[in-house]
Ligand binder design. Structure first.
Ligand SMILES: NC(=O)c1ccc[n+]([C@@H]2O[C@H](COP(=O)([O-])OP(=O)(O)OC[C@H]3O[C@@H](n4cnc5c(N)ncnc54)[C@H](O)[C@@H]3O)[C@@H](O)[C@H]2O)c1
Length: 340
């Protein structure tokens, strides 16, 4: 279905400018977005970004009590008729202190032709799906023949990363996982091993995982001061490191000496560096992830290159995936109309 027909479908369902749809976290899930849908939509968003055919200002943030942050993330992707904003928070101490998720958010999807809000929806599931989709697409682009993948952090993101990576790395044989919390590591193993054909191995320590994997990712916590859990000496040439928790988990020397430091949004990384997130200095940026996916910049050129690809999350992915969730929800009659 083309974009115009999709818009008609939404407008037929809603009194434009008078009401919008509200979707709870469960309804967003029930909309039925598949891993393949998410990969295809995220790829479109990355292509739009890499071809400079989207609008996405750097995240604007506020920081209650030092360690937390809220980001406002607007984007417009014309080819997908997708415009909206995500309001997302990161509270690293939530799981241990309040039994609440670390990441919480809402998203508003609007009509690009009239500016009217179309939907407000929970953004946690969309974030949990589109983030590993970016890592998985970057991995396929930068290290397509990898047989081993290592995941640091076995929470919401870590679990979905292990699912998504099996969709894009065709030769994958083993996934190594590590979490400081043994229960989280066991939970990921017990959830995913029955469903995946690749072997999942629980790492005894971060060194074991770092040294055994060709492609690595981390989804732990985002802090201004790096924890530098993975030491520079454990990392060797030829590896591809794709963190989604900025620079927190890795010795900053790794990104500084990498042959390529690729980022999803150069503007966001510079902005975060100005806000104090790279106390050792922002490594020199080679190019953006979307540019590599779109073929506008080269990815891996030699087998022995060390590549770091930092993806901090882009609103272009959120609005493209969020708009699709809205369409699926309308098809299934999910959610409720609320007056504007
Ligand atoms: N780049 C993006 O687009 C994006 C999107 C969403 C979340 N994130 C980031 O991903 C990270 C994880 O998010 P989540 O929702 O999965 O959180 P979560 O709380 O569900 O999981 C985090 C896991 O990391 C583990 N962990 C923390 N410190 C660790 C350490 N030192 N060593 C090993 N494991 C450690 C925790 O025990 C936990 O199991 C956060 O930093 C979040 O900000 C990034």
């Amino acid at each position: 279905m083309d974009q115009e027909k999709e818009r008609e479908q939404v407008i037929k369902h809603l009194k434009l400018g008078k009401e919008m749809i509200h979707l709870t976290a469960q309804e967003v899930k029930n909309a039925g977005l598949t891993l393949d849908d998410t990969l295809a939509l995220t790829r479109k968003a990355l292509l739009a970004h890499g071809n400079k055919e989207s609008e996405m200002p750097p995240k604007s943030g506020v920081h209650p009590f030092q360690v937390n942050f809220f980001h406002a993330m607007p984007a417009y992707v014309p080819a997908e008729n997708a415009v909206g904003v995500k309001w997302i928070s990161s509270y690293p101490e939530n799981p241990t202190q309040h039994n609440l998720p670390q990441i919480t958010g809402l998203m508003v999807i609007s009509d690009p032709y009239t500016g009217s809000p179309l939907a407000i929806m929970d953004a946690n599931y969309i974030t949990a799906m589109r983030t590993p989709a970016v890592t998985a697409l970057a991995a396929a682009s930068l290290h397509s023949d990898a047989e081993t993948f290592g995941m640091f952090g076995c929470g919401v993101q870590g679990t979905e990363h292990c699912r998504f990576i099996t969709k894009t790395l065709d030769k994958l044989k083993k996934i190594y996982i590590y979490d400081i919390n043994r229960q989280a590591m066991d939970h990921l193993f017990e959830t995913l091993q029955p469903e995946l054909s690749v072997e999942i191995i629980r790492g005894k320590d971060p060194e074991f995982v770092a040294k055994n994997c060709q492609v690595l990712s981390s989804a732990t916590v985002i802090l201004k001061k790096p924890m530098a859990v993975v030491k520079d000496k454990w990392v060797s040439s030829g590896q591809t490191i794709i963190p989604c928790d900025l620079n927190t988990f890795w010795d900053p020397a790794i990104a500084h000496r990498a042959d390529k430091y690729i980022v999803d949004s150069a503007a966001d990384h510079r902005h975060l560096a100005e806000a104090g997130y790279f106390p050792d200095g922002l490594p020199e940026i080679t190019c953006e992830t979307g540019e590599v996916i779109a073929g506008n910049a080269s990815g891996r050129e030699k087998d022995d290159q060390l590549i770091v690809c930092s993806n901090i999350g882009m609103a272009v992915c959120d609005v493209v995936v969020g708009r699709k969730v809205l369409l699926l929800a309308i098809e299934k009659g999910l959610g409720r109309k609320i007056p504007l």
